[in-house]
Design a protein around this ligand. Structure first.
Ligand code: CAA
Length: 474
């Protein structure tokens, strides 16, 4: 892998990365008349913040890539948002902006990142924004399910599947079919899937912006507030969800409970990509800037059939294929070259398959990997008798676990399950967290020596996969 992180010949850097997430107001009962948050307003905020990080303004943009939203449901999302935000300028001072809308479902942000990189490399653009926003947290459950279910009910009818074969909620039921197959084929255990939630929840407890931390209403900053302390340093923003709590969570399908579902949210994120030519001209190119060094994508069917015999590993291996392509394009890297993994986890089975596909565990070994990592966490917590609110003991077992780069280097923000999941936005959160890690700015949860990151987005029911590999430039 030596030399691949130089930023050349792929010369595109991520110079801005900003995100926001909120649980959203459920617009039911008396609040029915209230408007849900506007995706345009959210995009405006994160765009401004991401541009500010790079000392740029909207005038510097010559491209915009967007993914669609369930709440906005706009025709030509990128053109819509660019028009609504005034990015085309006015009649007196029009500005050239190339817009693209990409729809690969939850894989969209990673597909959009790779498209923005291609626009810079192949079309000669210099500075492109990637944006995504949605407000499914503010939707009532009925509205959300009527929109999300409808897609798959219609598809079932089109494919001539018997009435009622696709049950509501359609998405969790689709993932349940894959879960059953993996449990049967690879001795994957239900408890191992539940451990995924507990592990991610532990990471989310160290991130101030995760929905989990927001919900616990931690108004203080534990890192700052305890920096005087010599005995212990509390870094927790919330307590984490124990395995027992996941096990007692309300069942949604036979193999998925509420805490094992992507956590609906409102939110938005923005990335600013620029060519190093542009950055050198602006005198802001510096070693350490995250650059894109590889990418790959692959597709499969939109929904798994009812008959398990027809669900084959090959048909649902888009993640595996995308990973293989991404590693190859980054100069034949492999899992041991990567320090942070931002893996899509709308349901634990998606995470298990991604862990196997990226090479952190052998095929069929994802469940065991989670079990080992969970055991490491529990042992360290027990050893420090840490209740995850008291603080991390200096020199204690938890602190040394967190210093060990091999401890669950996945979704240090908490993933879709615990950070928050605004429909097609959350893979952006994986990328923003990767950028924070590569910049050394993942305060309180930094992976030591993080120089390369892999981000994966998944759309539909394992239907679209996009993977990008990022590295710090040297
Ligand atoms: N962790 C913690 N809390 C959670 C949670 C989680 N993972 N998921 C839900 N909750 C909380 C909610 O915040 C809510 O709390 P409050 O009452 O305090 O607001 C409570 O549990 C109840 O949640 P819901 O209101 O959502 O409950 P419901 O009974 O109305 O609906 C459900 C349950 C049908 C399972 C619904 O939550 C659901 O559909 N979830 C899955 C969302 C989904 O499918 N997202 C897309 C994933 S696929 C993908 O990402 C790919 C793509 O291409 C887009």
């Amino acid at each position: 892998a030596a030399g691949v992180a130089s930023g050349l010949p792929r010369q595109v850097a991520i110079v801005g990365a900003a995100s926001m997430v909120k649980s959203g107001r459920k617009l039911t009962g008396s609040s029915k008349q209230r408007e849900p948050p506007s995706t345009t307003a959210m995009i405006g905020k994160v765009l401004h913040r991401a541009l500010q990080q790079a000392n740029l303004t909207v005038r510097d943009l010559d491209g915009l890539v967007a993914v669609p939203s369930l709440q906005g449901d706009h025709f030509m999302e990128a053109h819509y948002q660019a028009t609504a935000l005034g990015l085309f300028g006015n009649g007196h001072e029009p500005r050239a902006l190339r817009c693209r809308t990409l729809d690969t479902g939850g894989a969209g942000p990673v597909s959009a990142l790779l498209e923005a990189e291609r626009m810079i490399q192949a079309e000669g653009l210099e500075c492109v924004a990637v944006v995504a926003a949605d407000a499914v947290g503010s939707m009532s459950s009925e509205t959300f399910l009527s929109k999300a279910d409808d897609i798959f009910f219609k598809l079932g009818k089109t494919l001539g599947q018997p009435e009622g074969s696709v049950k509501s909620p359609a998405i969790p039921h689709g993932y349940d079919r894959i879960t059953q197959l993996q449990m049967k084929n690879y001795d994957l255990k239900r408890i191992q899937l539940q451990m995924a939630v507990s592990l991610e929840s532990y990471h989310a407890s160290l991130h101030p912006d995760s929905l989990q931390s927001q919900k616990s209403n931690a108004a203080f900053d534990p890192v700052k507030d305890n920096q005087q302390s010599t005995q212990s340093q509390s870094r927790y923003y919330s307590s984490y969800t124990t395995l027992e709590q996941v096990q007692s969570s309300t069942p949604v399908t036979p193999n998925i409970s509420l805490l094992e579902c992507a956590r609906r949210a409102d939110g938005a994120a923005c990335l600013i990509l620029a060519s190093n030519r542009f950055l050198q001209r602006r005198n802001v190119w510096a070693p350490g800037i995250p650059v894109v060094i590889g990418g790959g994508a692959f597709s499969g069917p939109l929904y798994p059939p009812q008959n398990p015999d027809l669900i084959t590993d090959v048909m649902y291996a888009s993640c595996q294929q995308a990973m293989t392509r991404a590693y190859a394009s980054a100069g034949n890297l492999c899992a041991k070259d990567i320090h942070f993994f931002g893996l899509y986890d709308c349901f634990p089975i998606c995470l298990v398959r991604a862990i196997e596909a990226c090479g952190l565990a052998p095929i069929g070994g994802g469940g065991k990997y989670l079990e080992i990592q969970h055991q490491r966490l529990v042992t360290a917590l027990e050893s420090d008798s840490d209740d995850t609110t008291a603080g991390i003991r200096k020199g204690g077992a938890v602190e040394s676990l967190l210093m060990d780069p091999s401890f669950f280097p996945i979704n240090t923000h908490g993933g879709l399950l615990c950070f928050g999941a605004p429909w097609e936005v959350p893979a952006m959160f994986n990328i923003v967290e990767a950028v924070d890690q590569l910049r050394g700015q993942a305060r309180g949860r930094q992976i030591q020596g993080c120089r390369r990151a892999l981000v994966f987005g998944n759309g539909g029911v394992l239907s679209a996969s996009a993977v990008a590999i990022l590295a710090t430039s040297s």
